[in-house]
Each structure stands twice: as structure tokens, then as C-alpha cells.
Design a protein around this ligand. Structure first.
Ligand code: DO4
Ligand code: MG
Length: 281
């Protein structure tokens, strides 16, 4: 089933029927057995398909209220190779190789909730960066007890020129206004997502696809529970957290995003996250 946060309340989609509810999103999602709770439809009222579609079209928000957004890096071989290449001049390449093999994963703080874009909203590229890319990532919603309860789509917008110049610049390459997009909603399955789940990304410029690709999450070096476990080792998240799990779709080195490009990321069963690229006004 899917849960959407909107400016008109929460909308649940279950077996092709829609229900609405006005609970605070934080309280609604931070549970053990979120699937079981939502299946009971407690506190939800049926609404028509037409009403639900209208609300979702005009009022959808990113599926986050007070949660921090974190990200894992170098969880796929393709990401390790891309980082090693971009940072070879700075002497930083070896760190990516080491972290790919190490027991401890790379985890970094990505965004506070107010900087996150939802589907249909703009994401930003930095004016002080010459090489900007989107990173399509399966994203976990982990409750305050550290258990994965739901999934969404994440775009870890990144400056590869800043990251490549010096690994210590990672926070500036990764964390700035609208550098994170999440959505369209939360996907809450009864069982964990299948390793055969596919992530696809199209980047559209002037109506033409300038990058397209897809991968399966079974290419990831680490398990989803391992990443969640490291994030919660010595850190509390009272309302839960979001964790982007790393990218495997990396456009060629001569590709950089342009203003007005549209990035569409689709993950099987979850939906499509669509964002236009622009500069911070
Ligand atoms: O270490 C740099 C960031 C890696 C990353 O964001 C990814 O692999 O997705
Ligand atoms: Mg990433």
C-alpha cells in the first residue's frame, strides 16, 4: 500500500481504493508494524478516486515531516569507480576504495526536512559547481526503534566537481538547498522489497532523453538492514529517519545537468519521482 502526505491531509492507497486521514504525519508513520496498522484503516475515511487524484495532483508534499534525511555512499561498485576517477587528481581516490571494502559503510547527513523537494517541485544545482548530477536511490523510512517500515524514492543531487576537488568538501557537494528530493509517497509492503527491484532514471532535456538507465538493487554490496543498523548505532531519531541507500546509475563523465532538465526516477512498485532542475532563486 502507499501513503501520501499532502497539504490536505494524508492519503492512503490500498487495493486501488483511497482513504484520507488528518493525523500528524510523524505520529502516523513512526510505528512498529506500520503495514499492519495502516491495513486496519483505523482513523481513515474512504474518498473517491477522483477526489484523491485531484488532491494528489495539486497538493502532494514530500513524505517527510520532522525526520532527518541521511545517505549511504559507495554501496555499489559503479559508484566506487566513479568517485575514484573523479578524485584521482586530489589524491582522494583511495578513500572510496577503502570504504567500499570496509565493514563500516559511508553514511553522511543529507538534509533537514525543510530543504527536501517533493515530486513536481524543483531541485537545485549549485552555481559554484561545474559538474552536477542526480543520484537515484532507493530510500528507507526507518522508525525510531531502527526498523525499516517503508520505502520511497530519493534523488541525492550532487556536485561531482566539488566532491572530486577534495573529499573534505563532501558536505558542500551533497547538502545545500533542495539537494534532496523524496517521493512521491511511502510504499509500505507487507514484506521487505525484493532484491530484484529495479531503479530507472531518465533525464529529459528539451523533450529528449539525454540519459536513461536502469539497475536492480541486488547489485548493492551491503544489505538494507546493515545500513540502517549503522545509522542507529549511537544516534537516536525520535520520529524516525530517511536513509538514501546509494547510487549505481552514473552518467558518463562528460554529462552535467542543465537548468530546466527534468529528472524522472522510477522504482518498481513505489512510483515516479519527477523534478525539474534549476538554480536557487
Ligand atoms: O562519497 C561520496 C558519495 C557517494 C554517494 O552519494 C553514492 O554512492 O550514492
Ligand atoms: Mg548518493
Amino acid at each position: 500500500m502507499k501513503l501520501f502526505k499532502t497539504a490536505k491531509g494524508n492519503i492512503l492507497q490500498q487495493n486501488d481504493k483511497y482513504y484520507s486521514n488528518s493525523s500528524a504525519f510523524d505520529e502516523l508513520i513512526n510505528r512498529e508494524n506500520l503495514y499492519g496498522y495502516l491495513s486496519s484503516l483505523q482513523g481513515f475515511t474512504p474518498i473517491t478516486d477522483g477526489d484523491a487524484q485531484l488532491i494528489l495532483k495539486d497538493h502532494i508534499q514530500p513524505p517527510v515531516q520532522s525526520q532527518e534525511v541521511w545517505a549511504a555512499g559507495v554501496t555499489y561498485l559503479r559508484s566506487r569507480d566513479a568517485r575514484m576517477e573523479e578524485s584521482k587528481e586530489s589524491g582522494g581516490a583511495t578513500f572510496y576504495d577503502k570504504v567500499y571494502e570496509a565493514e563500516r559503510p559511508e553514511l553522511f547527513f543529507k538534509s533537514l526536512p525543510h530543504r527536501v523537494a517533493g515530486t513536481g517541485q524543483d531541485v537545485y544545482i549549485r552555481r559554484d559547481s561545474t559538474w552536477n548530477v542526480p543520484e537515484p536511490e532507493l530510500t528507507l523510512f526507518i522508525n525510531s526503534k531502527g526498523n525499516i517500515q517503508a520505502y520511497t524514492i530519493g534523488n541525492d543531487m550532487s556536485s561531482r566537481s566539488i566532491e572530486g576537488e577534495n573529499p573534505l568538501y563532501l558536505p558542500q557537494a551533497k547538502s545545500y538547498e533542495r539537494s534532496a528530493a523524496l517521493g512521491p509517497g511511502l510504499y509500505i509492503p507487507e514484506k521487505p522489497v525484493s532484491p530484484d527491484t529495479t531503479i530507472s532514471m531518465n533525464i529529459v532535456r528539451g523533450g529528449k532523453i539525454v540519459f536513461g538507465g536502469s539497475i536492480k538493487i541486488n547489485q548493492m554490496k551491503r544489505s538494507l538492514t546493515e545500513l540502517a543498523g549503522f545509522l542507529y548505532r549511537e544516534t537516536d531519531f525520535p520520529t524516525g529517519s530517511f536513509l538514501m541507500t546509494g547510487t549505481c546509475l552514473v552518467p558518463d563523465n562528460n554529462f552535467t545537468l542543465h537548468e530546466n532538465d527534468v529528472v524522472d526516477i522510477t522504482i518498481q512498485d513505489i512510483g515516479t519521482l519527477s523534478n525539474r532542475v534549476t538554480y536557487k532563486p
